[in-house]
Design a protein around this ligand. Structure first.
Ligand code: GLY
Ligand code: MN
Ligand code: MN
Length: 465
């Protein structure tokens, strides 16, 4: 376990206190088959289960009786055959002791615990499931069809878990720093390898190897492409071309499943053209501005629009946008270029807790999402920052031919966008810069002992070495 027993005991006690009544179920993950049952993907524990129980083994369920305080760790001990193939592991009873859980038993005990609670009319709390095997288990236990399970998940439990996981403890920050150090090595390696003729997949594979060589893995599929305008542009088998930009968005996930998430853009030829530099500097300015303003109490919604304002002002100076900045922002004209939200929470999940429902993770009664405006609808968080939050700061500017054609044909935001000039950027690609901000008592700081180079002079000097 990453932390001592008391940490997990305390986390569950806080949760119990908050939820107050009912039976709380935490489903750990099972092995996930790749192409036949015994050939599985690398095991990944459910983050909430891990947060409250600390155990990495598959096939476990944690149960907390919020009224009585009773706790169980349920799972089936492995067989002799399993020991032959995979080696011995702790018994479920031993794992329960390690996690400070007083009761343990086989998985079959889950059904009787749920029945007893239901017979007394008690609430059964579970989090929105995202794996189909868990959905089948919930259907068998509670008789809820998978298509209804996410919306019928316990809002009390969702909110309680989010409040706890959103604020990172010093121990969690230390683990995030470990991920950041691996992320630094991945990104600086990508920058060094970025040369005309090198295959995108070759670089991405080297990055995966760095993560794996530390025993961990990439926290999400690496985005690495000359087509930075494709938001999830996965590496192709094509060679990098002189004069283009390579966007790399990647991060590590430690053995204890804490992540890093950074994006850098590297000129394949080692230096930016002046056209690239102007766009790049606009993104640098937006990225650095967020670092200046982020602090407890700031609405992340306002940080997003502050970044959008910086981008709009730069694009106006270049001539790509025009008109009154306030009006352009209100109309969402900047989203022709800055198509996504400023950033998201990050922690054990790279998009932290997204599975629990983005509207609960990133919004509250004060700040509601705007799902109607293109661009703003992708903002994953709008609420006020608190000390201990970890947010990604990731503004970007993209030139997406299909979007340009669609908006232009509709005359959308035509008073704010110089479409004739935009046409000259159709093959530009995209620029995003991403770093992970820890919100501190009076401001914020980037995670990572060393910043991955990104200011133009520093970056070009790094590439010249
Ligand atoms: N890697 C996806 C993101 O940055 O959110
Ligand atoms: Mn990213
Ligand atoms: Mn991100």
């Amino acid at each position: 376990m990453l932390f001592d027993q008391q940490t997990y005991v305390h986390r569950r006690a806080v949760l119990r206190e908050r939820v107050k009544h009912g039976l709380i179920l935490f489903f750990g993950n099972n092995e996930s088959p790749m192409n036949y049952p015994a050939n599985t993907y690398k095991f990944r524990q459910d983050s909430s289960f891990l947060y409250f129980f600390g155990q990495h083994r598959e096939g476990l369920v944690g149960v907390i009786d919020a009224d009585s305080g009773d706790e169980w760790l349920l799972g089936d001990d492995i067989s002799l055959d399993d020991i032959v193939w995979f080696g011995a592991v702790n018994s479920v009873a031993d794992m329960a002791v390690e996690s400070g859980v007083l009761k343990s038993g086989p998985l079959s005990r889950l059904e009787s615990l749920v029945r007893e609670a239901q017979d007394c009319g008690r609430t059964i709390h579970y989090l929105p499931p995202y794996r189909h095997d868990t959905m089948i288990k919930i259907m068998d236990l509670l008789g809820i069809h998978p298509r209804e399970q996410r919306e019928r998940a316990s809002l009390d439990l969702i909110r309680a878990v989010i409040d706890q996981r959103a604020v990172k403890s010093p121990g969690e920050v230390a683990e995030l720093e470990r991920a950041a150090a691996i992320g630094y090595e991945m990104h600086t390696t990508a920058m060094r390898l970025c040369r005309p003729g090198v295959i995108e997949q070759e670089i991405a594979g080297t990055l995966a190897g760095i993560a794996q060589s530390k025993g961990c893995m990439a926290g999400f599929q690496t985005i690495l492409s000359m087509h930075g305008e494709i938001q999830h542009g996965y590496p192709s088998s094509r060679p990098l071309e002189a004069g283009r930009l390579m966007l790399c968005d990647c991060g590590a996930e430690t053995n204890e499943n804490y992540c890093s998430d950074n994006t850098r853009v590297t000129p394949v030829s080692g230096r930016f053209t002046s056209k690239q530099r102007d766009i790049y500097e606009a993104v640098v300015a937006a990225h650095d501005h967020v670092r200046e303003i982020a602090r407890p109490g700031l609405k992340w919604w306002d940080a997003h629009f502050a970044a959008a304002r910086v981008i709009t002002e730069h694009l106006k100076a270049i001539g790509l946008m025009r008109g009154n900045t306030d009006d352009a922002l209100e109309a969402g004209a900047h989203a022709m270029f800055f198509v996504h939200g400023l950033g998201h929470m990050m922690g054990m999940d790279v998009h932290d807790m997204e599975g629990l429902g983005q509207v609960y993770v990133g919004f509250d009664d004060e700040v509601r999402p705007n799902l109607d405006q293109f661009g703003t609808c992708y903002l994953r968080c709008g609420r006020r920052l608190q000390e201990g939050f970890v947010m990604t700061d990731e503004p970007g500017i993209y030139f997406i031919p299909a979007l340009i054609d669609d908006w232009r044909a509709r005359g959308h935001c035509a008073e704010f966008i110089n479409y004739d000039l935009v046409e000259q950027y159709r093959d530009f690609g995209g620029v995003r810069l991403e770093d992970d901000l820890l919100i501190t008592a009076d401001g914020c700081r980037y995670l990572g002992e060393k910043m991955i180079p990104y200011h133009v002079d520093e970056l070009e000097a790094f590439l010249a070495r």
